[in-house]
Design a protein around this ligand. Sequence first.
Ligand code: AKB
Length: 318
Amino acid sequence: MKRIVVTGSLGQIGTELVVYLRKIYGVDNVLATGRRLKDPNNIAVTSGEFKIMNVGVPKDIGEVCAAYKADAIIHLAGVLSANAEKDPALAWETNMIGLYNVLEVARELRLAVFFPSSIAAFGPSTPADNTPQDTLQRPTTMYGVTKVAGELLSDYYAMRYEVDVRGLRFPGIISYEAEPGGGTTDYAVHIYWEAIRKAAYTSYIAKGTLMDMMYMPDALDAVTKLMEADPAKLKHRNCFNITAMSFDPEKLADSIRKYIPDFVLDYDVDPIRQRIANSWPNSLDDSCARAEWGYSPKYDLDAMTRDMLEKIRVKLGK
Ligand code: AKB
């Protein structure tokens, strides 16, 4: 990648990915875009160029990418799992039509594409433990449906039109810079903020519910490594399983107690998000990502907890 356009750059991943990419590829080679400028103080906006671009409008994407002389588009704009259950039509429109438009522009302008899939691309009939790279994918959520369809569409564009589209099945991403918006794994971010503010958290996800997770620095590294990987080594494309840890709320609370011993966790389970979480794997097998392009996360649960708590304390002045 040399000249990169990022969609959804004010979201949780986009905010940090834009800054990370600017450090690697140069400030003038990474264009942050979004449907609207919801936060002018976002670091993706203050650290370089930002343009309004709606992925629902193919002409906008084409014009912005052509004018920028982009060779790659990192397509992060999307509706996450819990919000998708609230408004399935919006999720279909944003996640599917948005991706289709991006792929069409990529076909015309010969752009490489990054597509973010998710653990949500699996469903209750998928083997839940050590979920293989290639396995049954029958998700029971709208978000999951758009992710499986997106994986297939991406593979189709790679095969039929030789668009260099590559993707990751993201687990829950934990970070402190920008808030996650409307996902099921968001509890694992909120818990850290509440641990510092109140030494207590009420979880909407039930005890014993395992989900894959990853700390943001490992996610940023994974996107870049995959996009720069030698195509000859990729047996898979859309999308690779990746994970760094798997935990339930209790295990996460135990990790927090190593740094805040009086931290209290209780529960008020949200049936919608719990149903979504129950339909997802407990833990992914990411051996294909490790073998094909050298995926190797650095943070385990305690290392992540230490860093999250430190960074949030600084943000809150505590
Ligand atoms: C969500 O919870 O919807 C996302 C995801 C796992 O894709 N964080």
